[in-house]
Design a protein around this ligand. Structure first.
Ligand code: UDX
Length: 442
């Protein structure tokens, strides 16, 4: 089937690539000429395990092409995915200008019936706006071509995006059109094996499903971070509590890991956007607001522990930092806890020697050659002469380090662990002052 994908960001590129991988003929459209040239030459703008191979293989096979020519994209076939960004506005609502620009483009160029699919995470009501926009432009052209607008949210996780797309838990389709549903069944047939994963519903419910999913997960995390704060003040161990509650299948073990706060391109943005949607219709989002507030506070927790340990005297101190990306297996620094911590340390007159397996270039891009930031090539190099080690991302390579070497290289054996990687009792026995989240030292 001939499929067009507008937007070659995370969602669009991964979606386009895996649709090509199963045999569809996919054309990806992006306004960014440099990005399109890069993709044609096999340069993938993001780090995502497995993606580069799939893009190169399918591009070489002629099933995956890239263009900046929107008219060519519209002419390519009946299925038109919109997977462009929805950056937050000033107030945190999702900005729809790119989505609506693509809708306009499709309407301007279409010469046959189209099924237009919202793949971007968009507020409830967006499909109606897309439909109105397309209808308006078609009317201006004096055209009565048929089109459907479908909501088909994406649930991929960064770092596991290819696998998530290849083996989705569910395929949510929001449409009231049997023809559009049938077409999407055909598009997704290769991924819809073993049992029917397609959940078909009305458009607004599909749009809200995406926000509800992310906000529910963010709620689990903020809830656990709150319990962690309580645990360390009450002399309990949140990791024991986590296992104790996770064993209840109604709660489950997933997404109840306390830490330095959630980041990334989705949770912070989507929680904010749903809060704005609620306020916009005069509904007070009490739970969502608390989830956001707890997360903002959580990103300050490690800094507070550091400041307390040094009695507020941070000027001139050097901190080794392991982990910059918002989570492992990505180079993404959006809303990363590391940014909040580094900026607080700089503000207090301290400096940072940082190492991350993937996010060094991205950190360089964001902060440039800023005073107080040294990026080093190995985790061991970060330790040299530092006052303490701080860990903010649970990369596998940080899980079993050489503790003797850490103690030897640091000025004093002090670790602030924002991801609860080590056992507090064992660390204290090794002679470390070990601060974690919700266990042991407050
Ligand atoms: C998320 C959703 O998982 C995905 O379904 C959606 O489509 C997009 O948003 P992603 O942002 O890639 O994906 O990352 P995810 O793995 O969900 O982690 C988000 C943040 O939560 C990270 O900062 C992570 O460190 C944090 N987290 C996650 C916790 O602090 N504790 C947990 O138990 C789980």
């Amino acid at each position: 089937m001939r499929i067009t994908v507008f937007g070659t960001g995370y969602v669009g590129l991964v979606q386009g690539a895996i649709l090509a991988e199963v045999g569809h003929d996919v054309l990806c459209v992006d306004v960014d000429q440099a990005k399109v040239d890069g993709l044609k030459a096999g340069r993938i703008p993001i780090y995502e395990p497995g993606l580069e191979d799939i893009v190169k293989r399918n591009h070489a096979a002629g099933r995956l092409s890239f263009t900046t020519d929107a008219a060519e994209g519209v002419a390519h076939g009946p299925v038109q995915f919109i997977a462009v960004g929805t950056p937050p506005d000033e107030d945190g609502s999702a900005d729809l200008k790119y989505v609506l620009a693509v809708a306009t483009t499709i309407a301007e160029h279409m010469a046959e019936a189209k099924v237009i699919i919202d793949k971007s995470t968009v507020p409830v009501g967006t499909a109606d706006k897309v439909r109105d926009r397309v209808a308006e432009v078609l009317e201006g052209r004096g055209s009565d071509l048929r089109f459907d607008v479908v909501s088909n949210p994406e649930f991929l996780k960064e770092g596991a995006a290819v696998a998530d797309c290849m083996r989705p838990d569910r395929i949510v389709i929001g449409t009231d059109s049997p023809e559009a549903e049938e077409l999407l069944r055909e598009v997704y047939a290769p991924f819809n094996r073993n049992h029917d994963k397609m959940i078909v519903m009305d458009v607004r419910s599909a749009e809200l499903t995406k926000y509800a999913a992310n906000c529910m997960l963010a709620t689990k995390i903020s809830f656990m971070n709150e319990i962690a704060g309580l645990a360390e003040r009450l002399g309990a161990d949140v990791e024991a509590v986590r296992l104790g509650i996770g064993s209840d299948p109604r709660i489950g073990y997933h997404f109840i890991y306390p830490g330095a706060g959630y980041g990334g391109s989705c949770f912070p943005k989507d929680v904010k956007a749903l809060i704005q949607t609620a306020r916009g219709i005069g509904f007070d989002p009490k739970v969502l607001q608390a989830v956001e507030d707890r997360n903002d506070a959580q990103k300050e927790v490690i800094f507070a522990k550091i400041a307390r340990h040094y009695g507020g005297d941070l000027k001139g101190r050097v901190f080794a930092l392991w982990g910059l990306s918002f989570k492992p297996n990505t180079d993404d620094m959006r809303e990363a806890a590391a940014r909040v911590l580094m900026e607080a340390l700089w503000e207090a007159g301290a400096s940072v020697q940082a190492y991350d397996p993937e996010a060094m270039e991205e950190t360089q891009r964001i902060y440039g050659d800023r005073d107080g930031l040294t990026l080093v090539g190995t985790k061991e190099a970060a330790l040299k002469g530092a006052d303490a080690l701080v860990i903010l991302t649970e990369w596998q390579v940080f899980r079993a380090p050489d503790f003797d070497l850490i103690a030897e290289r640091l000025k004093a054996p002090v670790i602030f662990d924002g991801r609860n990687l080590y056992d507090p009792a064992r660390m204290e026995k090794r002679g470390f002052s070990y601060y974690a989240i919700g266990r042991g030292r407050a």
